[in-house]
Write a protein that binds this ligand. Structure first.
Ligand code: PNS
Length: 157
């Protein structure tokens, strides 16, 4: 059984994240969605809120689980028996940093990283831009799942 980790800040989850998770659950036996509890930037949503949104989003995938972690991703992966880290790549701009992280993670642990290209219709999405759109009260249609749109509207009311 191959266990994979899909890590991220997910502050908040976007349809780009959902796209990557939806393809990871088809490829791997078990997929752990790993929410970094304390990202470098102060998050808009607490880790409990991000976990709740992702649990709702992943409800129809029986092989997906959501959990939070602190510290090194490779330690979380090792503790949970995961051998692969899955990352989405939106554009070539993502590649340099993602490659650096993949190589560091490989150096630290030997855990492999697999890159999945984001579908073109989601390539421009990022949690930061979505928050900006929400802050100014514009439509979130096509950007985030309904549960996230509701949470963003409440947060910026
Ligand atoms: O959604 P993000 O913010 O791009 O996710 C980045 C994340 C959480 C995957 C990355 O920052 C991470 O793995 N953080 C945990 C700390 C760690 O393991 N750092 C070393 C990676 S080289």
């Amino acid at each position: 059984m191959t266990v994979a980790v899909v890590p991220g800040s997910f502050d908040p989850p976007t349809l780009g994240h959902v796209d990557v998770i939806s393809r990871a659950v088809e490829v791997f036996d078990r997929v752990l969605i790993a929410v970094v509890a304390n990202p470098s930037k102060t998050p808009l949503f607490s880790s409990a809120e991000r976990i709740e949104m992702l649990t709702d989003i992943c409800a129809d995938w029986p092989n997906a689980e959501v959990d939070a972690f602190d510290g090194l991703l490779v330690e979380f992966a090792r503790d949970r028996g995961a051998v692969v880290i899955v990352k989405g790549l939106r554009a070539v701009a993502d590649f340099e940093y993602e490659l650096q992280m993949a190589q560091m993670n490989q150096h630290l642990s030997g855990v492999q990283t697999v890159f999945l290209p984001t579908s073109p219709e989601h390539a421009y999405l990022s949690s930061s831009l979505v928050k900006e759109v929400a802050r100014f009260g514009s439509s979130l249609e096509g950007l985030v799942p309904p549960v996230v749109a509701t949470a963003l509207k409440e947060r910026f009311q």
